[in-house]
Write a protein that binds this ligand. Sequence first.
Ligand code: PLP
Length: 387
Amino acid sequence: MPHRPIYLDAHATTPLDERVLQAMLPYFTEYYGNPASATHQYGWEAEAAVERSRRILAEAIGATPEELVFTSGATEANNLAIKGVAEAYFAQGKHMVTVQTEHRAVLDPCQYLETLGFEITYLPVQPDGFIDLGQLAAALRPDTRLVSVMAANNEIGVIQPLEAIGRLCHDRGVLFHTDAAQAIAKMPLNVQTMQIDLLSITAHKVYGPKGIGALYVRRRDPRVQLAPQMHGGGHEQGRRSGTLYPPQIVGFAKAVEIGLAELESETQRLCHLRDRLWTSLRDLGGVHLNGHPTQRLPGNLNISLEGMDGRALLRGLQPHVAVSSGSACTAAKPSASHVLKALGRSDALAQASLRFGLGRFTTDAEIDQTIQVAIATIQSLRGMAVD
Ligand SMILES: *Cc1c(COP(=O)(O)O)cnc(C)c1O
């Protein structure tokens, strides 16, 4: 195979784990039935696999199987949660609260709802990326129906205080949705202790297949009403129509199962690698950490470099390391990251930023090489390379 750059973009997607692939394979060619076919063995086999997977996934977040709705990923789960609640509770209020640092898959549905006459409050964050609970409490109104705050940020890795947010929302009778696309199987998540009413997850950020995700929808205390956004055959108790995709669902469950089994050891390993990368780069000087130093995803490092052209930096790294940058977060337009801007970073610092996403298959040697390449690139761009 030709030389390819070291993959350090685990927040964008992750490779499929070989064990996940093996679990999926029989469901492509052998057990190919439609889980909705109730009249024969082919359908029953597929349905049994789907329901086994649903139980595993529900248990992973402290939910019951009937509370999970399979979707095509976290984007669709977020759309279903936000638009589904907006529509179902339209008569009781048209105000929602979210945060400036959310993923576009939350911000864009909210902006769409604004065009329909809903009112959305976009909370600012503190310089370390946390929301202020006092500000959240103050933003809640009698007509507020939903609060949507992500579990872990996809750019800066910051983990929000879900339990405190859940308690506040429930005390005030407001539904709490969290986008946990980056968090599932990377940190403990429990919809009971955290008082979460809706939770979005996806498989491809945890070494599962792309194109499969789920939305958790609370059924008791309170029972969440949801208007479907996809109408058709009445699948998923009418909440999301469309034939289920057993290989993807089996792979999703397997991926989450493995992630949870290895959570502790992997957290330690990744934190160690990530911290080594951070201290090596920090020692160059003029390097800023974006986001909270410790309350963050284990594999996440996001830095801004002083006096540096972001595009030149990325160009220098590209042949060696696959990373993402705060200047190219949305593919189409090269604007500075809205997340880094919300932290209060200047345009210059937001543009000259790098997001490293370390994952399960990142090795010690790869981090050594990354440190070497990054230091060489930064020093040469600063015009102070020795030799
Ligand atoms: C990746 C991601 C999404 C989108 O998930 P898909 O399954 O790719 O649709 C949504 N939110 C966050 C925080 C993400 O990291």
